[in-house]
Design a binder for this molecule. Structure first.
Ligand SMILES: Nc1nc2c(ncn2[C@@H]2O[C@H](COP(=O)(O)OP(=O)(O)OP(=O)(O)O)[C@@H](O)[C@H]2O)c(=O)[nH]1
Length: 594
């Protein structure tokens, strides 16, 4: 055990974690040259296409240093704030962290927040100044920022480039020298923490764990403490590029377990695995996730509800930050109310459901969770407009507030402050990190930043500003429910909860946007926005007669069929509500009002 090192890589998004991880794997010959491809650990198609890490990935390397053989377990983590729950779980499985900072960008908001997560778990931090090959790298300046931040010595900072392969050996040596070996007793009762899992349709659920105490052998009877279920450890092993089975694994190690579990509900990330014969107590799992945004997910075909439920259960195995419960909508029927960590997370969940589980789904207007105090003194947690009680039952409404930390070049301070004020933000603090880098701290409503704030911030700061935020509590706000009606029929899935000062403007623009997005149909569609009984805006979609077969005179039946097929495909991701067909984009129209 003294030669095991468990470490993760943390950084702000795009500072080069995945590229550096590739070099480490190459240098330790963990992957053969012919297997090497860029961003090797980002093995989901979605990750490669978008060039971002969504999931944490674990991989084991062997390394010889000062005449000794080391086992290095690396966990690559995502950088985007929406996936910080992945980061916090990975950190729990490690004793050390490489803190990567892009030497052309300097310290950014998520560098700091991920660093605090790591320090909070007592990890040994190895600072790495990355991308030093770039001509506009600023090693001196960024080194000073790092020293200020973590209080290390200048010599502790490793200069590296994932792209040019600089500093790789030095990093590996530092991991062996500086990261402490895992503690734990191989002879004690078994305690292994489940930090991730994935559904495999052939082999059942694969469980990823880190052993804190004890030894696990193939074939032994094990128990998951929280669920109380028992299984046989059919296969255990370590995670190399592929899984490598082992007959025995001891304290300190990271690995996988396969025991033919088919039911997704039986595996909970944060649960502890122990022996049936000689049980230990559970280790403290992970903090519960705090979803920030809620939205409904509905199958396009109402008959696929059960299938969608199955798919969500399987997806949840691999995405512990996804929470959901059944919900019904008058307009959309049976579906699920889901909690996400942010808009990117919501997008990714929708895409994964479609790609990995072949489901076509509709997502409804996202909303934050409000605290509604009723006149009877009850507290209702409302995360969907349809749950909002009638106005005469409401005493007051509170909305979630966050503390936002924005780091930017000082020349953009003016526009950033203006943007934040528009979003009902209050400037709390302004600190100069260096002569031209400023940290601004605001208190603002979560609802104002989860949707398009980040894109706007990037635009006005020409990409230089970075953002991080945390929930600080609930504050009273004047919120109202904005209803939308199509041909006088209310469509609950299109309603939104908005601030009263902005309600009229919103209603007007929402109707305009819906007019653009709703396809013309055989009859006229009246779009109305209302607050309570009062109509505040109206638009009309003119009727049109669309007959795709019109041009298809003559008797070629196959051509007709093709056209009808094509028309059917075009209808995907549409929902019939009353007599109106609503495309997916319309449900998210509120997000595109500016
Ligand atoms: N010049 C230079 N570019 C680099 C270096 N390392 C990474 N890059 C580039 O920086 C971009 C981001 O690199 P990634 O490794 O995907 O970054 P990441 O931190 O893993 O990103 P997320 O996982 O999404 O947080 C890519 O375009 C890389 O080619 C480096 O050392 N030098």
């Amino acid at each position: 055990m003294k030669n095991i090192r468990n470490f993760c890589i943390i950084a702000h998004i795009d500072h080069g974690k995945s590229t550096l991880a590739d070099r480490l794997l190459e240098f330790t010959s963990t992957v053969a040259e012919r297997e090497m491809q860029n961003q090797l650990l980002d093995n989901m198609d979605l990750e490669r296409e978008r060039g971002i890490t969504i999931k944490s990935h674990a991989i084991q390397m062997n390394y010889r240093y000062k005449g000794e053989d080391y086992v290095l377990n690396l966990i690559d983590t995502p950088g985007h704030v929406d996936f910080s729950y992945e980061v916090s779980r990975s950190i729990a499985a490690c004793e050390g962290a490489l803190l990567i900072v892009d030497s052309s960008q300097g310290i950014e908001a998520q560098t700091i927040s991920n660093l605090y997560l790591a320090i909070g778990s007592d990890l040994e931090i190895i600072p790495v100044l990355n991308k030093i090959d770039l001509p506009h790298a600023m090693p001196e300046e960024v080194s000073d920022q790092i020293i200020d931040l973590i209080g290390c010595d200048k010599e502790d900072i490793i200069h590296a480039s994932g792209k040019a392969g600089i500093g790789i050996e030095e990093i590996l040596n530092a991991i062996c020298d500086r990261v402490p070996a895992p503690k734990g007793d191989p002879a004690a009762p078994l305690q292994a923490l489940i930090f991730d899992s994935v559904f495999n349709s052939y082999r059942g659920i694969e469980v990823y764990f880190r052993i804190y105490n004890g030894t696990l052998k193939k074939g032994e009877k094990v128990k998951f403490i929280n669920t109380g279920k028992t299984y046989e450890a059919d296969e255990i092993g370590v995670l190399k590029l592929n899984q490598e089975p082992r007959t025995e694994m001891a304290a300190g190690n990271v690995g996988y377990l396969i025991s033919g579990i088919k039911n997704a509900k039986e595996v909970k990330v944060g649960d502890t695995i122990t022996h049936v014969d000689r049980p230990a107590v559970g280790i403290q799992g992970f903090e519960d996730v705090k979803p920030m945004v809620f939205a409904g997910i509905y199958p396009v075909e109402t008959s696929e509800y059960e299938e969608l439920r199955n798919s969500m259960e399987k997806l949840q195995l691999n995405d512990a930050s996804l929470v959901w419960e059944p919900e019904t909508s008058a307009a959309l029927g049976f579906g699920f109310r889901c909690g996400f960590l942010g808009m990117l997370h919501m997008e990714i969940v929708q895409e994964r459901l479609e790609r990995e589980f072949d489901m076509t789904v509709i997502t409804t207007v996202p909303s934050v969770q409000f605290h509604v105090h009723t006149t009877k003194g009850q507290l209702l947690k409302v995360s969907a407009p349809s749950e909002m009680p009638e106005p005469n039952y409401i005493d007051h409404i509170e909305e979630p507030f966050i503390k936002a930390q924005i780091i930017s070049k000082s020349e953009f301070v003016g526009p950033i402050i203006t943007l934040c004020m528009e979003k009902r933000g209050i400037l709390k603090n302004q600190t100069y990190l260096t002569s031209d880098r400023v940290e601004l701290s605001f208190e603002m409503p979560l609802a104002e930043i989860v949707f398009d704030f980040f894109d706007k911030l990037k635009t006005i700061s020409r990409g230089y500003a970075s953002l991080d935020y945390e929930l600080i509590g609930f504050r009273q706000s004047n919120m109202v429910k904005l209803d939308v009606m199509l041909n006088a029929e209310p469509v609950d899935a299109l309603s939104a909860i908005v601030h009263r000062d902005k309600a009229y403007e919103w209603g007007k623009r929402l109707c305009e946007k819906l007019r653009e997005l709703l396809p013309r149909q055989m009859f006229e569609i009246a779009i109305q926005a209302a607050i309570g009984q009062k109509i505040i805006a109206r638009e009309t979609v003119k009727a049109m007669r669309k007959n795709v077969l019109a041009k298809c005179y003559g008797g070629d039946i196959s051509r007709k069929r093709k056209l009808l097929e094509k028309q059917k495909k075009g209808k995907k991701r549409m929902r019939q509500v009353g007599n109106v067909e609503i495309p997916q984009e319309a449900f998210l129209a509120v997000l595109k009002l500016d």
